[in-house]
Design a protein around this ligand. Structure first.
Ligand code: ME8
Length: 513
């Protein structure tokens, strides 16, 4: 049986997740659900990155201990993922004791191998990124170094620290980036490659003095230091599947790992991560899927930019998790940043979910109930419909295998449109016995519901129950497979959003914008 291990970044729980985090997590969930539909063995992991200065400072501000703070936030994240119907198999937390042991042991091994050493460090630091920026990497605002991601002043830090010998891995990294297809799309691999070739690789600091950053895993042989949060965080991908604790589990999942990340953390997930793995004698990940940013009012959506769109806004406006998921996945883009507006999301939801899919299902269901009391027996399927189903389902599978979710949704949309046109052409309501037309339409709706099921699992399962068909794997789908449809209800799946309602309330844009 083929296996896939899919991960999201583990998020900093300094604030609740917003639609940027949902963007990644829903995408990973769709890939997980699609692979389960294809009957593959899936392990889907998300979680929280709970150590480091950023968390320490928020907890201080709130007047609670960092542990109490991250415990509370883990609950908050889980609630959001539940509201979005995220089917993770495991939620990892970097304060879990087994994870801390793996990090501590890995640090010790690298020290013993001579790949970690102690020396002095000075540089410009961004607390929000939890990293140093060298000249050329930061931007300057009124002559002062600023973080290019957060647009905030950097802090000057000088300290004795432990370094990881990243510089030793340059040839290895160049080889991986230029000779493999690990990083997808390839343009991101080229981007990192040209930076590595232009600047080379400098050793990186992997510890912090305890007096400054107390909230971290202690360096095992030096209690005055804590381990750098990125060293700690990246190792979640291996600790979560049994690295150093369950060898057979680790060996089953690791060769099949697919990391999904935003492009902001590309460097860490290629250069730093591949080198750390190599240093620990672990092969590189199979895939790193990188996506671009969701933008609001010209800036990357994020807490520090003050342009956050809350997840609850989408869930409430688009009829629950299915609508929110669909809208995000239709916008999903690996290469290009996407500007989010309520108008754009409304029009995707109204035209694709409410009209094309929801309305089709409702019309056909009501007709079947009226004309043949909901019982539709197998007939020859209209040739054009049969061909459309087969070819669009094939394209859909190709797209999903290539993780082109938004493209796969366009294939589904195309099928929906063909089915809607067919209803209007054949006018089943004018026929004494429209069983042939209804059967053709129901086969189309079945295919469409299967195609949409990784993105809109609730709606697909409601239709599968009310119309009496199983959500089979696309690989096992055959037109004409169903002997009899038994329609018991034709529910309204997606109520239309009243465009302009926001404006009527005096609010043209979502909260936070
Ligand atoms: O970086 N558009 O956590 P983080 C698209 N803890 N994606 C976005 C986004 C936006 N506007 N905003 C956030 C960290 N994301 C580390 C990761 S992993 C070992 C450690 C998504 O909470 C995107 O996936 O800052 C991005 O990479 C991630 O959230 C950053 O989450």
């Amino acid at each position: 049986m083929s296996v896939i291990y899919i991960t999201t970044p583990i998020y900093y729980p300094n604030a609740p997740p917003h639609i940027g985090h949902a963007y990644t997590t829903v995408f990973a969930d769709v890939i997980a659900r699609y692979n389960r539909l294809m009957k593959r063995k899936v392990f889907f992991m998300t979680g929280n990155d709970e150590h480091g200065l950023k968390i320490q400072r928020v907890a201080e501000k709130e007047g609670v201990s960092p542990k109490d703070f991250v415990d509370k936030m883990a609950g908050v994240y889980r609630q959001y993922w539940q509201a979005l119907n995220i089917s993770y198999d495991y939620f990892i937390r970097t304060t879990d004791s087994y994870h801390e042991k793996v990090v501590s042991e890995s640090f010790k091994r690298l020290y013993e191998k001579g790949l970690i050493y102690k020396a002095k460090y000075a540089g410009w630091y961004c607390v929000d990124c939890e990293r140093y920026y060298s000249p050329g990497e930061y931007i300057e605002v009124e002559g002062k170094p600023y973080c290019p991601i957060h647009n905030k002043p950097l802090e000057w830090l000088e300290e004795e620290t432990y370094y990881f010998k990243l510089s030793e891995f340059k040839d290895y990294i160049v080889k991986l980036l230029s000779e493999t297809k690990i990083v997808h799309p390839e343009s991101y691999a080229r981007e990192v490659l040209s930076r590595v070739q232009a600047e080379g690789l400098k050793d990186v600091s992997v510890a912090r003095p305890r007096e400054r950053v107390s909230w971290g895993i202690p360096v095992p042989f030096d209690p005055n230091y804590t381990i750098y949060v990125w060293f700690d965080a990246l190792l979640n991908y291996v600790s979560g599947i049994g690295y150093l604790t369950d060898e057979s589990r680790f060996n089953e999942y690791w060769p099949n790992v697919v990391h999904v990340i935003g492009k902001d953390i590309l460097w860490f997930h290629t250069v730093v991560w591949f080198s750390l793995l190599k240093a620990l004698d672990i092969p590189p990940p199979k895939r790193v899927i990188v996506h671009s940013f969701l933008i609001n009012r010209g800036l990357k959506i994020g807490k520090s930019a003050g342009n956050v769109i809350p997840i609850e806004f989408l869930v409430e406006r688009y009829n629950g998790s299915d609508g929110a998921r669909y809208v995000l996945m239709k916008l999903f883009n690996l290469d290009k940043d996407v500007e989010v507006t309520v108008e754009l999301m409304d029009s995707i939801y109204n035209s694709e979910l409410a009209d094309t899919y929801g309305n089709l299902v409702r019309r056909v269901g009501v007709l079947a109930l009226k004309k043949v009391r909901g019982k539709v027996y197998r007939r020859d399927v209209d040739k054009k419909i049969e061909e459309s189903i087969t070819s669009l389902l094939n394209k859909y599978v190709e797209d999903m295998e290539a993780m082109e979710v938004s493209k796969a949704l366009s294939e589904a949309q195309e099928l929906g449109k063909i089915l809607n046109t067919y209803v209007n052409e054949v006018k089943p309501w004018e026929r004494p016995d429209p069983s042939k037309e209804l059967y053709s339409l129901l086969e189309g709706i079945r295919a469409l519901s299967i195609m949409l099921s990784p993105v809109t699992p609730r709606a697909s399962s409601i239709i599968s129950e009310n119309f009496g068909f199983p959500l089979t794997s696309p690989a096992e789908f055959r037109v004409g497979q169903i002997e009899r449809y038994n329609i018991v209800d034709a529910p309204v799946l997606f109520k239309k959003v009243q465009a302009g309602r926001e404006k009527a309330g005096g609010q043209e844009n979502p909260p936070g914008s």
